[in-house]
Design a protein around this ligand. Structure first.
Ligand SMILES: [Zn+2]
Ligand SMILES: [Zn+2]
Length: 372
C-alpha cells in the first residue's frame, strides 16, 4: 500500500504549488545522505521525490486526486524517481547541484577502504589475552612515485579529456527538466592531470597492494566472532585521504574440555555410581590447572558443582565468570562374575530409604499435621 502523497510531503490537500515546493525542499535537505545517516533516508527521499513529481504537475495532480496511484499507473503517468538514478542525480536535477557544496563523487581526498582479516586463537588465549601476528594484503601509497602516478623525473601534463577540470559534464532531459550530470573524468580519475609516463612500479595507479604483517593485541575475554578494530591500518587513502581501518575477526577454536556459556564455562566429569553413592573426590581440568572437587555421598546424575571465578574474564569488567561442572554418574557396565555377585547381594539390601530423598516437611504438611 503506497502512502498518500500529501501525507508524505506533509502538506494540506489544498496546498498550492509554492507550498509544495517549499515543503519538498525542506524534506530533501533533511534526508540528504550527507546529513542523514539513517539507512532508509535514500528510500524516503525517493518516495518524497515521487510525491513531489506528482503534486507539482497540474495534470498528474488532478489524476491523483481523483483516482490515486493506480490512476496514474494505468494512464502511464506514474512518477519515476525510483528508476531515476542515484540520489545525487535527483538532487542535481532539483537543486541544480549539491546544496551542501561538497565535492561528492568529484576529485578530492578519498578515505581508503577497510580490511578484514581472520585469526584463530585457543580458549586459553581468549581467557588470558594474546598478541597474535596477522598477515593481510592492503593497498599502500606507491613509494616509487609517492602516489603521483608518474615515473619519477617525467612530466605531468594537463588532462586533454577534461582540460584539467577533473570532471566531464553530460546534459540530459529528465522529469525534473534539464539535468546536468557531472562525472569524474575517466582519463585522469579527477586529478585534471595525467602522467606522460606512468609509474612503472604501480602502473600509474599511485597505489599498490602490499603484503603486511602486524602484531595485534587480543583482549582477555574475547568471544568467538568478535572483532578488534585497528584504526588507520586498512587500505591507504587516495589523493591524500586518510587510510581505512583493519578489522581482525577473532575465531576462538573449540576446546574439548569446556563449552563456553557467556562468561561461564561448562565441563562434564564422569563419576562411577558407587563413588557417587559413597562420596569421593574427583579431579577436573580448569583454565587455572587441575582442581579437586568433592562429590558428596548420594550425589545424583546431573548434579552441578560451581567453581566460582574459574570462568572467562569479561572485557571491561573485573570479575571472571564461573565454571559449572556437571557430574555425570556412570552406571558400571560389563560386570564380571565377582562384581555381579557383590552387586546382587547389595541389590538385595536396598530399601525405599536408599532410593528416595527424605522429604522435607512443607508448611502445608505442618498445617495438615496440626489439624489432624
Ligand atoms: Zn607508483
Ligand atoms: Zn581528465
Amino acid at each position: 500500500m503506497r502512502r498518500d502523497a500529501y501525507e508524505v510531503l506533509g502538506v494540506e490537500r489544498g496546498a498550492d504549488e509554492r507550498q509544495i515546493k517549499k515543503r519538498f525542499r525542506v524534506l530533501a535537505r533533511e534526508l540528504h545522505p550527507d546529513v542523514n545517516s539513517e539507512s532508509d533516508a535514500e528510500e524516503r527521499f525517493k518516495e518524497a521525490a515521487e510525491c513531489y513529481e506528482v503534486l507539482s504537475d497540474v495534470e498528474r495532480r488532478q489524476i491523483y486526486d481523483r483516482y490515486g496511484w493506480e490512476g496514474l499507473d494505468s494512464r502511464g503517468k506514474a512518477p519515476h524517481a525510483q528508476g531515476f538514478g542515484s540520489f545525487s542525480d535527483i538532487f542535481d536535477a532539483f537543486f541544480g547541484g549539491d546544496p551542501f557544496g561538497g565535492g561528492r563523487g568529484g576529485p578530492g581526498p578519498m578515505q581508503g577502504g577497510d580490511v578484514g582479516v581472520e585469526t584463530e586463537i585457543t580458549l586459553e588465549q581468549a581467557a588470558a589475552g594474546a598478541t597474535v601476528e596477522v598477515a593481510f594484503d592492503a593497498v599502500e601509497t606507491c613509494d616509487h612515485c609517492h602516489g603521483n602516478r608518474a615515473e619519477p623525473g617525467t612530466p605531468i601534463e594537463t588532462c586533454p579529456r577534461c582540460e584539467g577540470s577533473g570532471q566531464l559534464r553530460a546534459v540530459s532531459q529528465t522529469a525534473f527538466g534539464q539535468m546536468v550530470r557531472a562525472q569524474v573524468c575517466d582519463q585522469c580519475g579527477g586529478d585534471g592531470k595525467v602522467a606522460t609516463t606512468p609509474c612503472k612500479e604501480c602502473r600509474g595507479q599511485g597505489r599498490k597492494a602490499t603484503r603486511r604483517t602486524l602484531e595485534v593485541d587480543i583482549p582477555a575475554g574475547i568471544a568467538d566472532g568478535q572483532r578488534v578494530r585497528l584504526t588507520g591500518s586498512g587500505h591507504a587513502g587516495d589523493r591524500g585521504g586518510p587510510p581505512g581501518d583493519l578489522y581482525v575477526i577473532v575465531v576462538v577454536s573449540e576446546d574439548e574440555r569446556f563449552v563456553r556459556d557467556g562468561a561461564d564455562l561448562v565441563s562434564v566429569v564422569d563419576v562411577a555410581a558407587p563413588d557417587a553413592a559413597l562420596g569421593a573426590t574427583v579431579v577436573v581440568p580448569t583454565l587455572d590447572g587441575e582442581q579437586e572437587i568433592d562429590v558428596a555421598a548420594g550425589t545424583q546424575p546431573g548434579t552441578i558443582v560451581t567453581l566460582r571465578g574459574h570462568g572467562m574474564p569479561q572485557i571491561g569488567r573485573g570479575r571472571r565468570g564461573d565454571q559449572r561442572v556437571v557430574l555425570n554418574v556412570v552406571i558400571p557396565r560389563n560386570l564380571d562374575e565377582r562384581q555381579r555377585e557383590l552387586l546382587s547381594e547389595f541389590a538385595g539390601t536396598i530399601t525405599e530409604d536408599n532410593l528416595h530423598e527424605p522429604r522435607r516437611e512443607s508448611i502445608v504438611d505442618k498445617v495438615r499435621r496440626a489439624l489432624r
